[in-house]
Design a protein around this ligand. Structure first.
Ligand code: ATP
Length: 239
């Protein structure tokens, strides 16, 4: 089998002396999307932070496109193709939508026109400032901005958090389109398993910083008893 796009190999990592990830292993193949699920505080965000180089790795290795990036500084990881959409969105408030997008642009297939095609709402709001946007629009802008860097992998940390159901649907459609039609792999950290499993090919479930389940998203979504066991999701919530 060919080398995975991304692999965590027994990664132990945390903040200072605190260990959050405990010998974590998982991999992602090219063209696939992965959901990272788990209850509060199990290390989902820390997994993305570790991938971006923002934690202290004590043991194990991270390989990206065949290269060991375990010790690579964060800015070089961005240059190597990791596109990070932080949970806080971090839209620049005093720049317009269009400026927010163009300020980070790097050459590649993604440009303004394509981002506006994915999120027509951003085009309508292109002259508005970051601080004039709704939460949903900010999230679209955060994703659009990551796309403008022309990443090879998109990392989304709880993209739906706090958003109205209609916006959640719009974002879910866009994220699914990115992977299915545009062939852009993604990792989605989500509190809501049903939504995350719908948008992804593969899923891992974490408990106390380690992977306790790995498999196809569709299979996990259909196994209500397993979902309940792993995540405490009642059957009524998954139907
Ligand atoms: N910057 C930090 N410094 C120290 N400890 C941290 C830091 N960020 C997170 N932690 C701790 O790491 C553990 C895992 O947190 P993390 O945010 O990765 O979990 P999560 O699964 O994403 O949770 P949630 O769904 O609540 O966001 C928690 O115990 C948290 O308190």
């Amino acid at each position: 089998m060919s080398e995975p796009l991304l692999a965590f190999d027994n990664v132990t990592a945390g903040y200072g002396n605190a260990v959050v990830l405990d010998r974590m292993s998982f991999s992602l193949r090219a063209g696939e999307s992965l959901a990272i699920l788990g209850r509060n505080g199990v290390g989902k965000t820390t997994t993305l932070e570790t991938l971006m180089g923002n934690t202290r790795v004590k043991a194990g290795a991270i390989r990206w496109r065949g290269q060991d990036i375990t010790r690579m500084p964060p800015h070089l990881r961005v240059r190597a193709g990791l596109g990070w959409v932080p949970q806080e969105r971090e839209v620049f408030p005093s720049l317009t939508v269009e400026e927010n997008l163009t300020v980070v642009a790097r050459p590649g297939a993604w440009g303004l026109r394509r981002v506006y095609g994915l999120f027509p709402r951003l085009q309508e709001r292109r002259a508005n400032y970051g601080n004039q946007l709704s939460g949903g629009e900010q999230q679209m802008l955060a994703i659009g901005r990551a796309l403008m860097t022309n990443p090879a992998l998109l990392l989304l940390d709880e993209p739906m958090e706090g958003l109205a159901p209609i916006i959640v649907e719009e974002l879910a459609r866009a994220i699914t389109q990115l992977c299915e039609q545009d062939g852009l792999p993604s990792i989605v950290v989500e509190q809501h398993p049903v939504l995350a499993l719908r948008m992804t090919h593969q899923a891992i479930v974490l408990e106390r910083g380690t992977v306790v389940h790995a498999g196809a998203s569709e299979a996990l979504a259909a196994d209500h008893a397993l979902l309940d066991k792993l995540l405490g999701v009642g059957i009524e919530e998954v139907s």
